[in-house]
Design a binder for this molecule. Structure first.
Ligand code: 5AD
Length: 435
């Protein structure tokens, strides 16, 4: 199974290439000095990872074409412009108008959308977000892999099930060789081209992380996304040198007081500085917040959405807070499914509809229909768990994690079945060219 469709380079400017496949155009960052217009490439997460021979590319494109067209038709059928159902409020219709015209939404409007409760208005919001997703991303659905290298952590975040000091948790740490082998399996055997490497904070010395990233990049063409919590700017630069090109780091909450309260010893300011530094260094950013973190107000959540958009990430990653045993927040309530869906939908509406919006594993865990509903409310990105099965249950951010015991093969099969039903193509050629 291949998760990247080849495209032909139709224009090159500076470090950006415009890539075309089946008549669609996307832009992707280019680091290949000898890349020329007319070359065929694979791109992931907005990044060119491989130049292909014309023969190989044409063969893959031919093999995909019929299915691609069929999927696109299904998606177009399922994502028409949203006509309000009886009972939808004219006020909500008016609030949605700027988004449909590509104009930004302000804080007040976002908060009002997050306050929606009536089924007719919720339906209108979700269908509008889905339509915008289709308009800007067509049926492309990014499917990345995530490899959880270690659940060791030096932080004591109040919400997190792998926090330091949780004595009842078995701690594991893949060796450099195990980590590279597991990445190789995901890339070679299962066709992943974009891999998130994640661990608790401070689980590895920097040299080990660099060795893992460098060896993966040396052996296979892929996008490596680092997700190791806070680190200093120099360390981030060194990881970039080693070959990491994406950074997955949520700011968790845009409220500095909440941040400091639930994440002792850490500061929002510092995290934002790190994110901005990473963007300046050339990292593709993936960031976002927890939905329904105890103490969060709707205004906070509206600000989370605006902050995420300000950071101009390649992908926004928002997921519901889920109470975890062994933490100070173990008896707090998780948000309702609609709270999480509204957040995804508003994220999609927020900057005119472009960008990638993740349907998180936490959303899938919150509700059995979380994945499908998220994909129909503006979401267009999924992550499958590529952690070796024997370690997976111990990466216990929260209990009952979706896919904790499913082989990667099973996850891929289920994902493809769902994407086929929704008419989504598991591909990722980067940012849409109109963004
Ligand atoms: N519920 C949901 N998400 C959680 N995370 C950590 N603990 C929880 C929880 N209890 C998320 C954080 C972190 C990511 C790796 O996991 O947002 O950024």
């Amino acid at each position: 199974m291949c998760y990247a469709i080849p495209g032909r380079v139709v224009a090159l400017r500076d470090r950006l290439a415009v890539v075309e496949y089946y008549g669609r155009r996307k832009t992707a960052r280019n680091e290949w000095p000898h890349l020329r217009v007319g070359d065929y490439v694979l791109a992931q997460g907005g990044f060119i990872i491989e130049i292909l021979s014309e023969e190989e590319a044409r063969e893959t494109l031919r093999a995909w074409e019929a299915l691609f067209r069929e999927l696109a038709e299904t998606d177009a059928r399922l994502s028409p412009p949203a006509l309000p159902r009886p009972g939808a409020s004219p006020h909500i219709r008016r609030l949605l108008e700027p988004a449909l015209e590509g104009r930004p939404l302000g804080l007040e409007a976002i908060e009002e959308l997050l306050r929606i409760e009536s089924p007719a208005d919720l339906d209108l919001l979700y269908r509008t977000a889905n339509h915008l997703r289709h308009r800007h991303q067509e049926n492309a659905c990014c499917v990345h892999g995530i490899l959880e290298l270690s659940n060791d952590c030096r932080r004591s975040c109040a919400y997190c099930g792998i926090r330091a000091g949780r004595g009842d948790l078995f701690r594991y740490r893949l060796s450099v060789e195990e980590a590279v082998d597991a990445a190789g399996e995901a890339i070679v055997r299962y066709g992943f081209r974009a891999l998130v490497l994640q661990s608790g904070e401070g689980a590895y010395p920097l040299e080990d992380l660099m060795a893992i990233v460098a060896e993966i990049r040396r052996r296979w063409p892929c996008l490596v996304i680092a997700s190791f919590g806070d680190m200093d700017e120099e360390a981030l630069d060194e990881l970039y040198e080693a070959g990491a090109r994406g950074l997955l780091l949520r700011f968790e909450t845009s409220n500095p007081a909440l941040f400091a309260h639930w994440r002792p010893g850490a500061s929002l300011d510092r995290r934002l500085r790190l994110l901005r530094h990473a963007a300046g260094r050339g990292y593709l950013l993936m960031t976002g917040a927890l939905i329904g973190l105890p103490g969060q107000t709707l205004r906070d959540r509206a600000r989370d959405i605006l902050l995420a958009r300000d950071l101009k990430p390649e992908m926004v990653s928002f997921g519901p807070f889920l109470p975890s045993p062994g933490t100070p927040l173990s008896s707090a309530a998780p948000p309702a499914l609609d709270e999480a869906l509204k957040t995804l939908a508003v994220l999609r509406l927020c900057d005119g509809g472009g960008g990638n919006v993740l349907v998180s594993t936490a959303l899938e865990t919150l509700h059995p229909e979380g994945r499908e509903r998220g994909l129909q409310a503006g979401g267009n990105t999924l992550m499958l768990n590529a952690t070796p099965l024997r370690y997976r249950p111990h990466y216990a951010l929260y209990p009952g994690r979706a896919h904790a015991s499913e082989s990667l093969e099973r996850q891929i099969a289920d994902t493809l079945t769902l994407l086929k039903r929704l008419g989504r193509a598991p591909t990722d050629l980067g940012l849409s060219a109109d963004r």
